[in-house]
Design a protein around this ligand. Structure first.
Ligand code: SAM
Ligand code: SF4
Length: 319
């Protein structure tokens, strides 16, 4: 279904949990993460009912996210159930990758087609510092496993934070040379946990591109929030996602579903539509409420370094 700004909405991002086995500094508080009572979380049956109800509106791609989606019990079963929904063409997942060594294969067998793996440092000590305890080698092994399974191109997402990991940009870029890996640099968004961070921590992707200089050439790609470049002869690409410096709202084709059943027409807005109120009603009624959410998609977000538009942490929305 097209929204009132003629964007065709085909993609739903579903957060299956707010919980995580890491505590990235910009995403989650170190202590006091509240565990929602189980009954507040959408059950898998409810998630599948929402997916089914969204298909008549043209949703064909699902991304499972969190929190960390791999810590939700039974996640492989959820992928299997979504795979059975007629009309869903692609199921992807955004994950910190720490559990992929074991879980990538069963997830692929269940019907998952693609992973995006978040990784913010290639230095074990810094990785531990940024994630407050994460183990880099687990993630690197997860990356190897996904590549061995042939799930390529594999996308790695790196949030660049001034003074913390910005000097690693060339090391990340080098990962694209030998293997079919797309590394995407994401601008730090002043959302939730990161909203209080000093502006100096923000580094625009233009600055990063300047640092890589003439080494890269642009590769055209339509319909992606990333602008892509390639090092000479490299198998993978280097992408830049600029939600702050050049927002891509005019191409936004997505809806977000939180783990407690709220549809968010826009990541950076507090507007939410509670689907729980219709989940026990016939499918057409759920479809009607999803259509309302699409109709409520704002033309563009108002987020910048001065203006924080959502009170949820990113781990409660799913990125
Ligand atoms: N746990 C999974 C992961 O880390 O990939 C999925 C959820 S996480 C919230 C999704 C993405 O949001 C990650 O790539 C993370 O780096 C990104 N993210 C979280 N907070 C952010 C912020 N303030 N600015 C930019 N990206 C952020
Ligand atoms: Fe967890 Fe992902 Fe947030 Fe890091 S970015 S704390 S891995 S949800």
């Amino acid at each position: 279904m097209a929204d009132r700004y003629h964007r065709n909405i085909t993609y739903m991002r579903i957060s299956v949990t707010d919980l995580c086995n890491m505590r990235c500094q910009y995403c989650m508080p170190e202590y006091g993460v509240e565990k929602k009572p189980h009954e507040e979380l959408l059950s898998f049956e409810e998630i599948v009912a929402i997916v089914k109800a969204s298909v008549p509106l043209g949703i064909e791609k699902i991304r499972i996210t969190g929190g960390e989606p791999l810590v939700r019990n039974g996640i492989i079963g959820l992928v299997e159930q979504i795979k059975q929904v007629d009309g869903i063409k692609e199921i992807a997942m955004t994950t910190n990758g720490s559990l992929l060594k074991k879980m990538a294969k069963p997830l692929k067998e269940a019907g998952l087609t693609r992973f995006n793996i978040s990784i913010d440092s290639l230095d074990p000590a810094r990785y531990k510092e940024i994630t407050r305890g994460g183990n880099l080698s687990d993630v690197l092994e997860g990356i190897d496993t996904v590549l061995d399974l042939g799930m390529t191109p594999l996308k790695l997402n790196t949030v660049v934070i001034g003074g913390l990991n910005d000097h690693e940009v060339s090391d990340f870029a080098a990962m694209t040379i030998d293997r079919p890996i797309d590394v995407r640099f994401i601008e730090l968004m002043p959302v939730g946990q990161a909203s209080q961070w000093a502006k100096e921590r923000f580094i625009s992707n233009e600055t990063l591109l300047d640092r890589l200089g003439l080494m890269v050439t642009e590769v055209a790609e339509k319909g992606s929030p990333a602008k892509y470049f390639r090092l000479p002869g490299a198998k993978g690409r280097i992408g830049f996602i600029n939600p702050i410096s050049h927002h891509f709202c005019h191409e936004c084709n997505r809806l977000r579903l939180t783990s407690d059943g709220k549809l968010k027409p826009c990541l950076h807005s507090n507007e939410e539509i509670d689907l729980r109120t219709v989940l026990n009603k016939p499918e057409q009624q759920i479809t009607r409420v999803i259509a309302q959410a699409i109709d409520h998609k704002p033309e563009k977000h108002q987020l910048d370094q001065e203006n924080i538009c959502t009170t949820r942490n990113m781990c409660q929305i799913g990125g």
